[in-house]
Design a protein around this ligand. Structure first.
Ligand code: HEC
Ligand code: HEC
Length: 267
């Protein structure tokens, strides 16, 4: 009886294995980050530092960011959340053509872009410890995903926009009811807890989030943070239009961006 039971259990376990869709599972964007599973030694340290910079950007790199927010304000769960600014697989998607700058860019250039626009700041040098830590973390969360694999559409925060234009007056009412408790009536948020949506401490006008379509998709899938997916696409569109009708820092494309110099022996 006992032996029979054992055989049945083994058969069940084998069936479970056969049913595991291994290659698909590897592509899944929703991943967890467990510092205990990092490789030992300096590489593990670098990955961990990259994670911590993403989550606490201002605290870790105060002289590099002017916006009062962390990368994780838009890359939720440190870039692990599907439809929340997901960064899983990003390491294998660069170098790539960049339409804005009309050149091939590396992952460091893309990270620099978010420092300059989204964080309204300046980027660490490409060979700096901080930049390499960010790249290490993005490589770690991208492991197992083939090089050159495109991001799955389902992992991006894209929604088809309503054909009628947005109504930002309706958006104002939604904002007062569903956003202002956290982001405040003046859009300035609460430093360190709720990121600003407009004003001096927000992302600048060159940022991806300053585009109505991007913000609509982000808000539709991720906000209100305590009740995501409760707004219709129309409501997300209206409230995003209201948010973007306010002033924010101007992006100065002519400002000179310099890499900090290092002694040759650093390389
Ligand atoms: C205000 C919101 C915001 C903040 C803050 C922000 N980003 Fe982004 N980031 C975006 C948006 C929007 C995109 C484009 C996403 C898309 O097109 O699906 C993006 C894209 C990226 C990409 C490319 C992703 C890809 O798959 O091609 C990287 C890498 C990235 N960000 C890194 C960072 C880092 C590092 C920081 C902090 C220094 C940061 N971001 C801060 C909004 C933000
Ligand atoms: C319960 C608090 C809460 C509410 C309510 C809320 N948010 Fe957020 N919001 C957050 C937090 C916290 C973040 C940072 C990401 C995270 O940790 O989830 C965020 C991030 C954002 C971002 C990206 C970062 C930035 O600062 O630009 C936008 C855009 C945004 N919220 C818009 C909205 C809109 C629009 C509403 C109302 C429909 C809303 N939020 C309601 C807490 C909230």
């Amino acid at each position: 009886m006992r032996a029979l039971f054992g055989i049945a259990a083994l058969a069940l376990a084998l069936a479970a294995c056969a049913g595991t869709p291994a290659p698909e599972a590897v592509k899944t964007a929703d991943r967890t980050y467990d510092p205990k599973l990092l490789p030992p030694g300096p590489l593990g340290h670098s990955i961990r530092e990259g994670h911590d910079i993403l989550v606490e950007t201002r605290a870790k790199m105060p002289s590099f960011v002017r916006a009062d927010m962390s990368c994780a304000a838009c890359h939720l769960d440190a870039g692990l959340k599907s439809k929340g600014g997901n960064l899983v697989g990003v390491y294998g998607r660069f170098p790539q053509w960049n339409q804005r700058s009309r050149r091939i860019i590396a992952l460091q250039d893309r990270i620099t872009e978010c420092f300059l626009y989204s964080m309204n700041g300046r980027a660490p040098g490409y060979a700096s410890r901080e930049m390499i830590a960010l790249v290490s973390y993005m490589a770690w969360i991208s492991r197992g995903i083939p090089m050159g694999e495109k991001q799955r559409e389902g992992d991006r925060f894209i929604v088809p926009l309503p054909s009628a234009g947005p109504d930002s007056r309706r958006g104002a009412a939604i904002y007062a009811q569903k956003c202002a408790t956290c982001h405040r009536a003046d859009g300035a948020g609460v430093s360190g807890t709720f990121p600003p949506l407009w004003g001096n401490a927000s992302f600048n006008g060159g940022a991806g989030m300053a585009h109505l379509d991007r913000m609509t998709g982000f808000v539709y899938f991720n906000m209100p943070q305590n009740a995501p997916r409760t707004l219709s696409v129309e409501e997300a569109y209206d409230v995003a239009a209201f948010v973007l009708s306010h002033p924010r820092p101007h992006f100065d494309g002519n400002a000179v961006v310099a890499e900090p110099a290092k002694p040759a022996r650093y390389y």
